[in-house]
Design a protein around this ligand. Structure first.
Ligand SMILES: [Zn+2]
Length: 228
C-alpha cells in the first residue's frame, strides 16, 4: 500500500547541464513562473533556452528529474549567498510549478509541498548542506528574482527539517549588517534585498522598507544562526 508521501519520479533528461566546479553546498528553490508545468518542462529541456534545474515538482506532487545531482544545472544565474557567487556550481535546484507573480501567483497545494519536502529531505541526506543554505532564488538574486515568493511555506519546511526559521523579533540594530551576516548580497539596492528577506522570513510584510519589524526579525534570525 502506498503511504502517499512519495509520488512517482519521472526521468525527463534535459541537455542543459555541465560539470560541477564544487561540491553541493546549497539548495535553491524556485517557482516556474510559466502558465503551465508542461510549458516549464519544455523550456527547461530546450537546448536553445540554456536553462534547467535538477528537479521539477508539479502541482499534483509528481517529481521530474531533469539533471543528475552530480552535474551542474543552470537555474540560479548571477547569484550570491554567504560570500559565494555563481551558485549553480555548488547547488541543487528545484523548480516548483506555479504561474508566479506574472501569470497569477497562487498558493502551493499541500500535495505539492509534501512532495517538495520529501525531495528536499533526500537531497539534504545526500549532500552537506547547512540548514541556512536552503534558500529561494530571490534570496540569492534579489535584484532580479521574486521566486518562490511570499506564499511559499518556509516556516512549515523549517519545522520539518528543511531550512531555518524564527518567530522572534529582537531589538533592532544594524539591520543591513544582519542581512549581510545571514547571507544576502547587501551591495545590491537595499529595497531589493529587504524585499527578498521579507518574502522569505516576514512574508506578511513584503514592503521593501527596512522598518522596525523587519529589522527586528533580521536581528532575531541573526541571533538564531549564531547560537543554533
Ligand atoms: Zn528561479
Amino acid at each position: 500500500m502506498r503511504h502517499g508521501l512519495v509520488k512517482a519520479l519521472i526521468i525527463l533528461p534535459s541537455p542543459n547541464f555541465d560539470e560541477r566546479g564544487a561540491a553541493v553546498w546549497c539548495l535553491v528553490l524556485h517557482y516556474t513562473g510559466m502558465r503551465s508545468g508542461a510549458a516549464a518542462l519544455a523550456r527547461l529541456c530546450d537546448p536553445a533556452a540554456k536553462v534547467s534545474s535538477h528537479y521539477v515538482v508539479e502541482e499534483d506532487g509528481t517529481v521530474f528529474s531533469l539533471v543528475d545531482e552530480g552535474f551542474r544545472a543552470w537555474h540560479a544565474g548571477v547569484s550570491y549567498w554567504r560570500g559565494i557567487s555563481g551558485l549553480n556550481d555548488c547547488s541543487v535546484g528545484i523548480e516548483i510549478v506555479n504561474p508566479g507573480h506574472e501569470f497569477g501567483y497562487r498558493g502551493f497545494p499541500d500535495v505539492q509541498m509534501r512532495s517538495v519536502l520529501q525531495l528536499c529531505l533526500g537531497i539534504l541526506g545526500r549532500h552537506e548542506v547547512p540548514a541556512r543554505n536552503v534558500v529561494g532564488h530571490s534570496d540569492v538574486a534579489p535584484d532580479r528574482k521574486q521566486d518562490p515568493g511570499e506564499l511559499f511555506p518556509w516556516r512549515w519546511f523549517a519545522e520539518r527539517g528543511v531550512g531555518v526559521w524564527t518567530d522572534d523579533f529582537l531589538a533592532p540594530g544594524d539591520w543591513m549588517g544582519d542581512l549581510a551576516a545571514i547571507g544576502y548580497a547587501t551591495r545590491l539596492p537595499a529595497a531589493d534585498v529587504v524585499r527578498a528577506f521579507q518574502r522569505h522570513f516576514l512574508p506578511e510584510n513584503v514592503t521593501g522598507v527596512g522598518d522596525e519589524v523587519t529589522a527586528g526579525r533580521a536581528a532575531g534570525l541573526r541571533d538564531l544562526l549564531k547560537t543554533g
